[in-house]
Design a protein around this ligand. Structure first.
Ligand SMILES: Cc1cc2nc3c(=O)[nH]c(=O)nc-3n(C[C@H](O)[C@H](O)[C@H](O)COP(=O)(O)OP(=O)(O)OC[C@H]3O[C@@H](n4cnc5c(N)ncnc54)[C@H](O)[C@@H]3O)c2cc1C
Length: 298
């Protein structure tokens, strides 16, 4: 890889909108994503129905396809690369991938979030076989699940439960506190679903792999019980990827440096909406293009 005016890392809603906007403003970006595909986290969504202008609710997968089509219309391709580091250099930034690097005047980091762990013993050993953090990873491994335990009381765990029930599974949705955070239509759809049972005040203590899947030990009303299931899906929050990629003891100081921009969920850390990520991508691209063009003229 060589030198670029603008490198965008991440092809979720934020990175795709930034890429389209850069191309539209006359600077074709290099767009990198570890998955090699457009969509990011929203590809997991049961139904996207809050994005303005949609003629009807779309599944996350279909929405991701729309983002891919939009990139194609602007002739932007996605290079499948995982970025390990972004570092400052004398003319801008160095974007490091596995064994390679590219220099860029501007870098837009749209890498979203990583899941927070459950913090149970031997968690890492179970990941991707019987423990998952995204529903599409679970369904890729177990396409016809019969019984799944979902952990978490927010919108993601509710959304995942609907997708899994739709795939034919019966769901135990374990919520640690005495109330759920998902509201409105999503909450109603889950609470009224015959195949989803929401269990409040229920805490996962351990998870073990078994011949048929997993056995979860849970505590509810001071009683311990063991639950068998095909697998467990954890949705107990997510955190920004930016500090993992920006090479600095104090990443926030670098984001004030010219030419490095963070946008979407990686920046908003918790707002977690497609519309916000898309708007952020557009605004960020406008700033990056302005800087890249000004530097080129001077
Ligand atoms: C189950 C679920 C349902 C949802 N439903 C809705 C909904 O209905 N409506 C709504 O508004 N929002 C919804 N959201 C939220 C929405 O998905 C996010 O807010 C949005 O995807 C954030 O976009 P983003 O581009 O900032 O980040 P992401 O979508 O997370 O995209 C980040 C991209 O960066 C890539 N990446 C990460 N690290 C690297 C790296 N080191 N190198 C290269 N590439 C990297 C990833 O592969 C990914 O493609 C939902 C979220 C979930 C989990």
């Amino acid at each position: 890889m060589g030198e670029e005016q603008i490198v965008i890392v991440g092809a979720g809603p934020a990175g795709c909108s930034a890429a389209v906007q850069c191309a539209r403003l006359g600077v074709r970006p290099l767009l990198l994503d570890s998955s090699g595909k457009a969509g990011g986290l929203v590809a997991n969504a049961f139904l996207v129905e809050n994005y303005p202008g949609l003629e009807k609710p779309l599944t996350g997968e279909v929405f991701a396809g729309r983002l891919a089509e939009h990139l194609a219309r602007f002739d932007v391709t996605i290079t499948a690369q995982t970025v390990s580091r972004v570092e400052p250099d004398s003319h801008g930034w160095i974007v490091r991938t596995d064994g390679q690097h590219v220099r860029a005047r501007c870098v837009i980091l749209a890498t979203g979030t990583v899941p927070r762990p459950l913090s149970i013993p031997k968690e890492r050993d179970l990941v991707s076989t019987v423990l998952f953090y995204e529903v599409r990873d679970l369904l890729a491994k177990i396409p016809s699940p019969k019984k799944i335990i979902v952990v978490g009381g927010g919108e993601a765990s509710f959304d995942y439960s609907l997708s899994l029930a739709n795939a034919g599974a019966s769901i135990s949705l374990l919520v640690r506190s005495d109330r759920v955070r998902a509201r409105g239509r999503l909450g109603e759809m889950v609470m009224n679903h015959p195949e989803i049972s929401v269990e409040l005040n229920t805490r996962l203590v351990t998870l073990k792999k078994t011949d048929g899947g997993v056995a979860a030990t849970v505590i509810s009303a001071n009683c311990e019980s063991h639950r068998p299931a095909d697998a467990l899906l954890a949705a107990v929050g997510r955190k920004s990827t930016a500090p993992l990629i920006i090479s600095s003891p104090d990443p926030s100081s670098l984001t004030h440096a010219p030419g490095l921009f963070i946008c979407g969920d990686a920046r908003s850390d918790g707002l977690g909406q497609v519309g916000i990520a898309v708007g952020d991508g557009l605004a960020t691209a406008a700033m990056a293009v302005k800087l890249a063009i000004r530097e080129k003229v001077n």
